[in-house]
Unconditional design. Structure first.
Length: 440
């Protein structure tokens, strides 16, 4: 980072890098922890995915409230600090093997993210608001985004090592430590944010908080409760019903905003709503990383290691040892769904479930052990590619700009969405190649 950028950029870069370190470390192990029969909560695939989906939905809801409070009352620095403390404590609580502690920790992370995430991005934009740096704002955000992916890439190696050596709790604690490191870095750079952290206050034309609560937030919760209480689930589970019904007041709010707007305002509002629709589709695909993709890596991917690779992964504590021998193990059906009777996990004498869909030619000898890389390491693949490809993509668009052929921002978004759609088709092909999970 050169003198061509504001002096606050390195501090915001590192703060966000460490914050994402903690967040994505937690995301990488969350559903694996919930489903672990011995050291976790022995949740079924449906139960774990349901809780994960609810958690992610609320993580995306609270920035609306956190940004509003920071804008009007707290200012960005105060909101970021409070949010960071809540998230750090939340990660540590999630590591305590107790359902009440887990839910309390999740709640702190949900609200902490609402205060931290939107406001550090806003603060970054503010330090680029002067004439000296305004033209470099896009570059600043590219650098900032790189910090996010560096944190998301490295965190899973720490999470894997700590879980293998010390257990799930220590991995969650590491997420909390990462968050507190980010908070320390942020506070170290406070002098560089002076003048850019001014809260806007409440203006006479602003909608009062009471009205926002009555028009937006209260109906969301009311419809959510109705969805939760509906007998015989409409969309598969109580939480899914609650989420979909709670979206109806939001859709009404934005629809009403568009149709009651003045003629000259409809264009910008329509563009904003179109971007919302695109973003929803993108994140719907992307956020399967902590559930469906983790399950695919865990149950349907050949993670075995051999030779030097196995030795290196073993020394770095990035792999586990599994013995091909019969023992008392949990019962899973043909789709790897954990079987319970009255909430109690069924057991049988069989080989470890990892070998269930292994190709017969690759099965080890009876009593022989193999090494498999830790499942959560798969979560580093996406940020790793982003780190590698971002400089190339930026250079490509710079080259096109020089030839006056650079696509517009909406066109770039469309290309990105198309590639995201292709990624889902790649997984469809993978499922076909493995006979729908019958073979790794």
């Amino acid at each position: 980072m050169s003198k061509n950028h504001p002096s606050g950029l390195p501090f915001l870069f590192l703060s966000e890098m460490w914050e994402r370190f903690g967040y994505y470390l937690m995301i990488g192990i969350f559903t694996l922890y919930l489903k672990d029969v011995k050291e976790g909560f022995a949740m079924t695939e449906a139960e774990a995915s349901d809780l994960y989906g609810t958690f992610i939905a609320l993580v995306f809801l609270t920035p609306f409230l956190g940004g509003l409070i920071a804008d009007r009352y707290w200012g960005y620095t105060k909101a970021i600090v409070i949010g960071g403390i809540m998230m750090g404590l939340g990660y540590c609580l999630m590591g305590i093997h107790n359902l009440s502690a887990l839910y309390a920790g999740m709640t702190l992370v949900i609200f902490g993210n609402g205060f931290f995430k939107p406001n550090i991005s806003t603060l970054l934009g503010n330090i680029y608001s002067t004439d000296e740096y305004r033209h470099r704002k896009d570059e600043g955000y590219n650098i900032f985004y790189m910090g996010i992916n560096i944190g998301a890439f490295i965190c899973n190696f720490f999470g894997a090592a700590l879980q293998i050596m010390l257990g799930w709790g220590w991995a969650f604690m590491a997420a909390g430590v990462g968050m507190f490191i980010g908070l320390f870095v942020f506070l170290s750079g406070r002098k560089h944010y002076v003048g850019y952290d001014q809260k806007k206050g409440v203006h006479k034309d602003d909608m009062p908080m009471s009205k926002i609560g009555a028009v937006v937030l209260l109906p969301v919760f009311v419809f959510g409760i109705i969805g939760w209480l509906i007998p015989d689930n409409i969309f598969g589970s109580d939480s899914t019903d609650a989420f979909i019904l709670s979206c109806l007041p939001v859709l009404y709010f934005y629809g009403n905003l568009y149709f009651t707007a003045k003629k000259e305002e409809k264009g910008p509002i329509g563009a904003m709503l179109a971007i919302f629709a695109v973003v929803i589709l993108f994140w719907a695909v992307f956020k399967q990383n902590g559930s469906a993709l983790n399950t695919w890596a865990d149950r349907y991917t050949d993670r075995s290691l051999s030779g030097t690779t196995a030795e290196v992964f073993g020394v770095l504590k990035q792999s586990k040892e599994i013995t091909y021998a019969k023992d008392t193990v949990p019962v899973y059906d043909e789709y790897f769904r954990l079987q319970k009777v009255d909430g109690i996990v069924k057991e049988e004498v069989n080989y470890p479930v990892y070998f269930r869909n292994e190709n017969e030619s690759k099965l080890p000898e009876e009593g022989e052990s193999i090494n498999v890389w830790a499942t959560n390491l798969s979560q580093s693949i996406n940020p790793g590619w982003v780190i590698l490809l971002t400089p190339l993509v930026v250079a490509f668009f710079t080259w096109l700009r020089g030839k006056k052929k650079e696509p517009s921002t909406p066109a770039k978004i469309a290309y990105g969405l198309f590639i995201s759609a292709l990624s889902a088709l790649v997984m469809v092909a993978a499922a076909k190649a493995g006979s729908n999970g019958a073979e790794k």
